[in-house]
Design a protein around this ligand. Sequence first.
Ligand SMILES: NC(=O)c1ccc[n+]([C@@H]2O[C@H](COP(=O)([O-])OP(=O)(O)OC[C@H]3O[C@@H](n4cnc5c(N)ncnc54)[C@H](OP(=O)(O)O)[C@@H]3O)[C@@H](O)[C@H]2O)c1
Length: 289
Amino acid sequence: MTTLILGASGNLGTQLKLAYKGKDVTAWDRTDFDFLDFEMLKKKLLDLSPSLIINAAAYNAVDKCEEDETEAALAWRLNRDLPAVLADYCLERSIPLLHYSTDYVFGGDGRLSNAYTEISKPQPLNVYGQTKLGGEQEIARRALNGLRYYIVRTSKLFGPKGENAHAKASFFDLMLSLTEKQEELKVVDGEISCFTYTPDLATASKLLLEDQSPRGIYHLTNSGPATWYEALSYFFEMAKVKTSIKAIRPDEWPRPAARPNYSVLDNTRRPKLRSWQEALLEYWQSNNK
Ligand SMILES: NC(=O)c1ccc[n+]([C@@H]2O[C@H](COP(=O)([O-])OP(=O)(O)OC[C@H]3O[C@@H](n4cnc5c(N)ncnc54)[C@H](OP(=O)(O)O)[C@@H]3O)[C@@H](O)[C@H]2O)c1
């Protein structure tokens, strides 16, 4: 029976497809149908009868949904209601569901604190974080009835752009493109969390399932905390980019949605992933062969 990947042309979804290459996989994205048409979704699930569902579809426009009620409604539908529908199906069929969540479910208070473990108490600061926590809660509720679920929290994804025509460029690629227009880049020296290379996350997710791991919440990121400024400084040095970077405080770059100042995810349940520096080097080298 087939493994179903939803959001398969997004940034992570594209890497999941690669990680599952050679296996029996069905990949769905918006070009197939709108996942928010839940009647269509349920019908297609019944027709396909997958043996495992991996949900990489999400609403990710953190600032847009903070300001705009229509966008916020969309975020709730995608990030809370869609996982609920998937969880119902998986529970009924006794198949596992792997779903992705975020460090933004935590409310890091700006002081250097201990990293968040899988059992730390969520306290989202923005609408996006609330909707992602809503998805976690819908899944956890079905777990009480026996759902075999994996919620993988991750943070600051980077890697190759997804196949999707409007997939977002990662932070490093975006900054690199800005060097063509700007002599100096201002970058936030804060919001400490862990950068995560999408091919590493896709492989770690596949292993999590293959190892028959106990159900529950997992934290999967590349190892080592960094601010946006620290990561970009490292990248520019590695890539020999001469454009200067000015470190600014988060409050000097105001955005509609508040972000946690410290949201490092501590992975206490699975083998640690390599450091973000190693992963970034591989990404850079693969782009410059
Ligand atoms: N990006 C990060 O830094 C980050 C950090 C922490 C956690 N995460 C989590 O990691 C997961 C993967 O994120 P990502 O960055 O890979 O996301 P992404 O690139 O935005 O991919 C999401 C995919 O879902 C599709 N989708 C959205 N709404 C849909 C709908 N109504 N019907 C059909 N398809 C729809 C999108 O298609 P369209 O593009 O056509 O909408 C896109 O292909 C998400 O759960 C996200 O919350 C991401």
